[in-house]
Design a protein around this ligand. Structure first.
Ligand SMILES: [Zn+2]
Length: 236
């Protein structure tokens, strides 16, 4: 089962890579089919096997021989390992799967946030759906959470009638609200303490490196780190 989780993690990260690169370029996820960034050639299924294609092709495009960045494979490997850890540590496999998917989704959102400061509404909504599933399985689901999700969805729709909520600058709050569905009050308090600690560490690092603090700092990566720390500390 651990191996299945690892393979699934690699596949989900591979899909995540597509979502990231299309998200940054603001392209559709479904069309066009995966292509080489250099020569534009549409890739066949055997060019798209996570990790394996990269190794078999010696890290180069099969057609134009341009080097493929290793970052895609690294993300696949890390995500596979995360799925393995979750599978190992969480008794209920369905819960392990949902938390794993949430972690992938959050990492994808974090990377898009770092590169573009965009947060896609649809991704927040998927996160909220996963959080509802989690609550349902762990018997934390109640009527209010479902109502809350519906309100969250329509607020997103009404406030920003676009695909992303980049201009508002408080898109991060929606991500926290989506996670709120998953937690009970104690969990959320604990999560906030971790969030505070990680924010503090990152703020100190930025101060030390003398980066321009006034520049907008992507917050989704901090939420993602906190979420992962919460589950890795809490459950293990
Ligand atoms: Zn190529």
């Amino acid at each position: 089962m651990i191996l299945i989780f690892f393979i699934l993690g690699c596949i989900m990260a591979s899909f995540g890579n597509v979502v990231i690169s299309r998200g940054i370029k603001d392209e559709s996820i479904i069309y066009p089919r995966s292509y080489c960034d250099n020569c534009g050639k549409t890739l066949k299924w055997f060019n798209l096997i996570p990790l394996i294609s990269y190794i078999l092709q010696f890290g180069k495009c099969n057609y134009c021989k341009e080097k493929i960045s290793i970052k895609y494979s690294i993300f696949e490997l890390i995500n596979g390992i995360i799925y393995m850890i979750n599978c190992q540590k969480i008794d209920n496999l369905l819960v392990a799967l949902i938390i794993s998917l949430e972690m992938t989704l959050l990492m994808v959102m974090a990377i898009i946030d770092i590169k573009t400061l965009n947060i896609y509404n649809i991704q927040i909504f998927i996160l909220a759906i996963l959080a509802n599933f989690y609550s349902f399985i762990t018997e934390k689901l109640n009527f209010y959470k479902m109502i809350f999700t519906v309100i969250l969805y329509f607020t997103l729709k009404i406030i920003e009638n676009k695909k992303t909520i980049k201009k508002l600058g408080f898109g991060d709050i929606y991500v926290l609200l989506a996670l709120f569905i998953q937690f009970n009050i104690n969990d959320f308090a604990e999560f906030f303490i971790i969030l505070g600690i990680i924010s503090g560490i990152i703020a100190s690092l930025l101060l030390i490196s003398k980066k321009d603090i006034k520049a907008k700092i992507p917050f989704i990566p901090i939420i993602t780190l906190s979420f992962m720390s919460f589950y890795f500390i809490e459950k293990f």
